[in-house]
Design a protein around this ligand. Structure first.
Ligand SMILES: Cc1cc2nc3c(=O)[nH]c(=O)nc-3n(C[C@H](O)[C@H](O)[C@H](O)COP(=O)(O)O)c2cc1C
Length: 159
């Protein structure tokens, strides 16, 4: 399958997880593209999508399946990701998975709420969410969390 992984990542955590997913999917025999975008300006105060500028808007068309990654900001979905979705057309595949990274150790500390918002925004663009997950960066079991997420995501493309 041709799979696109598109991540919003400022400091590299979400990009790292995207890279791990790419490695596994490539070793499974898929053709995988990983694209990262980020905020170029992050103004002081409450950050709303309309106050943010993105370095570029990666194309999400032309894949059999899409995986989106983003991060938790102020107990919510990072607004840069919301801004990205507002600027791209509806997806041409409904096979979509998504994940978030957050600093706090447990997903109920903002991650779950942010993930449900992310899923809602993706669904509004035509996605049927196949798999999802949150990586808690300060959790002692972070590596296991990443391994489990990578396995879960890769298993959905097995025929
Ligand atoms: C402005 C700002 C707000 C954040 N708010 C939260 C938060 O509410 N909860 C949390 O767990 N992590 C929070 N974080 C941490 C990031 O979610 C975490 O470091 C994430 O993995 C960053 O992803 P990235 O390295 O791909 O940019 C915040 C980080 C920043 C810069």
């Amino acid at each position: 399958m041709k799979i696109g992984i598109i991540v919003h990542s400022q400091t590299g955590h979400t990009l790292l997880v995207g890279g791990r997913i790419r490695e596994k999917l490539q070793s499974d025999g898929h053709e995988v593209t990983l694209k990262r975008f980020h905020n170029t300006e992050t103004p002081e105060g409450p950050q709303k999508p309309e106050n943010i500028k993105l370095d570029h808007i990666p194309d999400a068309n032309g894949y059999d399946a899409l995986i989106f990654g983003a991060w938790v900001q102020a107990f919510n979905l990072c607004p840069g990701f919301t801004l990205y979705l507002k600027q791209i057309p509806d997806f041409d595949t409904n096979n979509v998975s998504c994940f978030l990274t957050e600093q706090f150790p447990y997903k109920w500390m903002g991650g779950s709420l942010a993930l449900s918002k992310m899923k809602k925004q993706l669904t509004a663009k035509g996605a049927e969410i196949q798999a999802s997950g949150v990586i808690n960066w300060s959790n002692k079991k972070r590596e296991q969390q990443i391994d489990a997420l990578v396995d879960r995501f890769s298993s959905q493309y097995q025929t």
